[in-house]
Design a binder for this molecule. Structure first.
Ligand code: HEC
Ligand code: HEC
Ligand code: HEC
Length: 112
């Protein structure tokens, strides 16, 4: 770590479930947004559905549980997707439509 960064708090990223991610962890760190956006385009425009890069799968392995063992939502700063985004000042609109918790992950509104 370069000395200039020594004082900057690093994000604490909750550990994912299982042995590995859908791609190498380093690849995911850098390129997860591309997988997600690509996946969305395929599903929405071409009706292609694969599980590999599905948002639902991400959240099922990356669910963070609170003290009552309930999965936290995107409004909680402990949520996996917030762990870096808050730190990196990234803001995403995905969870205006998509559920941010596993199991109940559905698109709200009138979509199927
Ligand atoms: C305006 C509402 C809306 C917003 C905002 C939105 N989506 Fe979606 N998304 C949808 C709908 C509708 C579908 C298609 C529903 C389906 O096929 O289950 C979809 C499907 C998807 C899929 C494929 C299905 C799945 O579960 O994997 C992915 C991946 C996805 N969106 C990711 C994203 C990401 C990442 C963002 C934020 C950058 C985002 N979406 C923002 C409405 C939205
Ligand atoms: C089968 C379970 C599983 C699925 C599905 C999964 N992940 Fe992962 N993910 C992991 C594991 C295990 C790691 C590496 C261990 C860890 O968390 O440090 C990881 C690492 C990551 C990292 C890097 C975290 C870090 O410490 O820097 C990101 C970002 C990530 N995943 C995003 C996603 C996204 C986005 C999806 C959906 C497209 C997804 N993951 C799907 C299990 C999964
Ligand atoms: C390892 C840290 C980390 C984790 C965990 C993480 N992200 Fe990100 N994400 C980033 C960074 C950093 C950027 C900004 C990258 C850039 O601007 O090049 C980003 C950008 C994005 C973008 C593109 C935003 C834009 O406006 O371009 C989307 C979509 C996204 N992330 C979705 C997710 C979702 C969904 C999750 C949870 C499943 C997640 N990310 C978890 C670090 C992370």
């Amino acid at each position: 770590m370069a000395p200039a960064f020594a004082d900057i708090p690093k994000p604490k990223i909750p550990k994912g479930k299982g042995e590995r991610c859908v791609e190498d962890t380093n690849v995911m760190r850098k390129n997860h947004m591309e997988f997600l956006l690509h996946q969305r385009d395929e599903t929405v425009h071409d009706g292609i559905r694969t599980k590999k890069h599905s948002l639902k799968e991400c959240l099922s392995c990356h669910a963070v549980h609170d003290e009552n063992n309930m999965p936290v939502g995107i409004d909680d700063k402990r949520h996996f997707c917030n762990s870096c985004h808050a730190y990196a000042a990234v803001s995403i609109d995905c969870f205006e439509c998509h559920q941010s918790k596993p199991d109940v992950l559905k698109v709200s509104g009138s979509s199927p």
